[in-house]
Design a protein around this ligand. Structure first.
Ligand code: BGC
Length: 759
């Protein structure tokens, strides 16, 4: 399947989206119903609809500091009085029903509650973290897992997930890299749309449709130095070109809510930024849904030094375009008086309430307030075997083979003695990743269990922890070395704990903790062949014996079926086919590091390094580039052809090449098409990804891959925010990563100029 979504980028850049509200137009009668309701609402009831609080009707486990109403009785009273319109981060049907009954039967207007939660990569069945899944380079897979998550979440009494996170993340020090699709705008946009489609399904009114909330608007991933909650200082062009398209793509796919970022952009916190949340988001991008604040982010305007006090903060947020205040309670406390005093027009409140009620209407809550609250669904739809099978498939498709001397795959028939060494071998606390707090703790399949299940003779497996994640254990390294000496091959499971990435987990150095590096060096010194199994929520800078191991696998946080999926890859039951969605630098200090960087005036050419754009200790290249990932078979890409080297303004050119499986196993390759605009009125990146295509081939089999390119693929945000394509010479590469590949050139001709071939 060719993934060809050039329209989204053009549309995102030009802001020319036209999408039906809620994936379907609301009927006139539904609009009238909302209007009639708003006419009857008091200002307090309106502020209530604009308030979202943590759900103490049912067990919840917020990742955030616990503030606000913590007990069911008090919260019930708020619902009864119509002082809250949305609850979040509780799951379970019984509690959802209790809450909804109060809203519908006991509040004056009977407006149903919207029930939300952070279902980022699974409810009970945990799928790979989003970054890992992006490594599949297969948006269709993400659509399937999002659908599965929606089926579970909606069976647990949820209507909306605060996902997908679509922030482009280019600094691996930032912990939230793990929640998104990595560093690339094109890949990120494909996954954003796929996940929205998966969560929401085809019909928003269905019981198993889960509203999506692409977040965090906008440029949250661009926080300076990767410091969580930090500041963003960014050009308007980069904001639009790099950070907005995944949002545009998610909205075009039908997302009806979004969340304002915690961070500030160019001196204005996103939560209070009217230009961002109103002029740009609604005016230019034509977003028709409603905006959540992030958790207490309106209140945080005070700490930002932007608002004087709570009242001022509520005023600024609502005027900027934040429709729903999350958790601070500021709207319900201050909006009624702000309206009364004239500081906030009633019209502003009405618009916000209307947006929220439209969404409730669109998902059918007014006709069936108990949708997604079904005891039977809760019993039958959660953690089913089919879902576990999908989690295993997704996990296998997320593992990236970074290097392989030929040691992998292991042959189970060989009766090799395997030593599984390292803090993650038998660890079940770090399988899921940082955003899976509804998953049953300790229930995932660890590496040891996965290996035992795959080995004909599990007695051939020995296990040694060697060290803890962050500390040496007394005698641990020595014991591990003894176990290694008795083995034929070593699997070394190293990496980050799951709380080393995720929200508020920025790191200054993106390396393995020193005790683990010491363990690896001691193990390597035995001379036994070593396979590194990395666990991580970001790209890492690998060194020494880890980087020079016979094989290295990026295994991220893979979820419920992690151990099985790792064994599937190690024993060759599944061929590795994933590609890096983030570049692995040589050193931490290269961050922020991404493949589509600028050339500079002094690039390193032909190894000439003096007075060139490089660091004293390393080239500014990647150890493993974006898009890199090996297979157990070998692919050859040959015979690159362009239908024309002249691309006319309103035409397209066809790019073809032949991919052959030259190895002796069936496998999949992702062919990647990159371009470079050689001369432009704003400098362009050294490469930009424009197309991907996944191809599966039997040994000896060949297939022609075909891509069509047109002017819109060459557009960028020029100065003054103009979307332009500029005539001139372009490089094109078709390859297996963002480095190397087959190369060709073509020229874009302006309308008025006849191309040479046409003369
Ligand atoms: C995060 C959001 C999340 C919210 C609710 C915040 O801390 O930034 O991504 O959806 O909490 O849990």
């Amino acid at each position: 399947m060719t993934i060809d979504r050039r329209a989204f980028l053009a549309a995102a850049l030009s802001g020319s989206f036209a999408f039906p509200f809620a994936g379907r137009a609301l009927a006139a009668t539904e609009v009238e119903r909302v209007d009639a309701l708003i006419a009857r609402m008091t200002v307090e009831e309106k502020a209530g609809q604009m308030t979202c609080l943590t759900d103490s009707f049912r067990p919840y486990n917020p990742p955030n500091p616990q503030v606000g109403i913590q007990d069911e009785k008090r919260l019930a009273e708020e619902v009864r009085k119509g002082r809250v319109g949305c609850l979040f981060n509780g799951i379970g049907v019984a509690g959802a029903r209790r809450a909804q009954e109060i809203a519908v039967k006991e509040s004056r207007l009977g407006i149903p509650l919207l029930l939300a939660g952070d279902v980022i990569h699974g409810l009970k069945t945990i799928f790979p973290v989003p970054l890992a899944e992006a490594a599949s380079f297969d948006p269709a897979l993400a659509e399937r897992t999002a659908r599965a998550m929606a089926q579970e979440a909606s069976a647990a009494g949820l209507h909306l997930t605060f996902a997908p996170m679509v922030d482009v993340a280019r600094d691996q020090r930032w912990g939230r890299v793990v929640e998104g699709s990595g560093e690339d705008v094109y890949l990120g946009s494909l996954f954003a749309a796929a996940r929205v489609r998966g969560f929401q399904g085809r019909d928003l009114r269905r019981d198993d449709s889960l509203l999506a909330c692409p977040k965090h608007f906008a440029a949250y991933g661009a926080v300076a130095a990767g410091l969580e909650y930090g500041s963003v200082d960014i050009s308007e062009e980069t904001l639009r070109e790099t950070h907005l398209p995944p949002f545009g793509s998610a909205f075009a796919a039908g997302a009806l809510t979004t969340m304002a970022a915690f961070s500030e952009i160019n001196g204005v916190p996103a939560t209070a930024d009217r230009e961002l949340l109103t002029d740009l988001l609604r005016g230019e991008m034509k977003f028709r849904g409603f905006v959540f604040s992030d958790y207490t982010a309106d209140e945080e305007l005070i700490a930002h030094g932007f608002a004087e006090d709570e009242r001022d903060a509520a005023r600024l947020a609502v005027l900027a375009g934040v429709d729903m205040s999350m958790q601070s309670g500021l709207y319900i406390r201050h909006l009624p008086d702000l309206v009364k005093s004239g500081a906030v027009p009633m019209g502003t409140i009405d618009v916000a309430v209307r947006r929220i009620l439209y969404v409730k209407m669109a998902i059918g809550l007014f006709d069936n307030p108990y949708r997604s609250i079904s005891e039977e669904a809760e019993r039958t739809r959660i953690a089913t075997p089919a879902r576990h099978a999908l989690a295993r498939e997704a996990a296998g498709r997320s593992i990236v083979l970074l290097q392989n001397s030929g040691i992998l795959p292991l042959d189970p028939a060989k009766r090799q003695k395997i030593a599984l060494i390292g803090p993650f071998g038998e660890d079940r606390d770090n399988l899921y990743g940082p955003w899976a707090f509804y998953g049953e703790k300790g229930k995932g399949v660890d590496i040891a269990a996965g290996l035992r299940a795959a080995m004909p003779d599990p007695a051939l497996l020995s296990i040694g922890k060697g060290c803890d994640i962050m500390a040496l254990i007394d005698g641990g390294v020595a014991q591990a070395v003894e176990a290694v000496k008795a083995a034929d091959i070593v699997l070394l499971a190293l990496g980050e704990s799951q709380d080393m990435s995720g929200e508020a987990q920025s790191r200054t150095v993106i390396e393995l903790p020193p005790p683990q590096q010491m363990l690896a060096d001691a193990v390597a010194a035995t001379g036994k062949p070593v396979v590194i199994l990395l666990r991580h929520g970001r790209a890492l800078a690998l060194h020494g014996s880890v980087a020079s191991a016979q094989a290295v696998l990026a295994t991220w946080f893979l979820g419920s079926e992690a151990g099985h999926a790792i064994a599937d890859i190690l024993f060759g039951r599944v061929d590795p086919s994933a590609k890096l969605p983030v570049s692995f630098p040589w050193e931490s200090g290269q961050e922020p590091f991404f493949y589509d960087r600028k050339s500079t005036g002094r690039p390193v050419i032909d190894n000439r390094t003096e007075y060139r754009a490089r660091y004293m200790t390393t080239d500014n290249s990647a150890r493993y580039p974006f898009g890199h990932g090996l297979s157990y078979t070998r692919f050859a890409l040959e015979n690159l052809k362009l239908s024309d080297t002249a691309l006319r303004w309103d035409r397209a050119i066809e790019v073809t090449a032949r991919l052959t499986n030259k190895g002796d196993r069936r496998g999949s390759e992702v062919v990647q098409l990159y371009i470079r605009d050689r001369v432009a009125s704003r400098t362009r990146p050294v490469r930009e990804l424009k197309r991907i295509e996944r191809v599966t081939l039997d040994p000896g089999e060949s297939r022609t891959v075909r891509f069509s390119l047109s002017r819109t693929d060459l557009q960028f945000v020029g100065s003054g925010n103009r979307i332009i394509a500029e005539p001139g010479l372009f490089d094109l590469w078709l390859g297996q990563s963002s480095e190397g590949g087959l190369h060709a050139q073509f020229t874009l001709y302006a309308e008025a100029v006849a191309p040479a071939s046409a003369r």
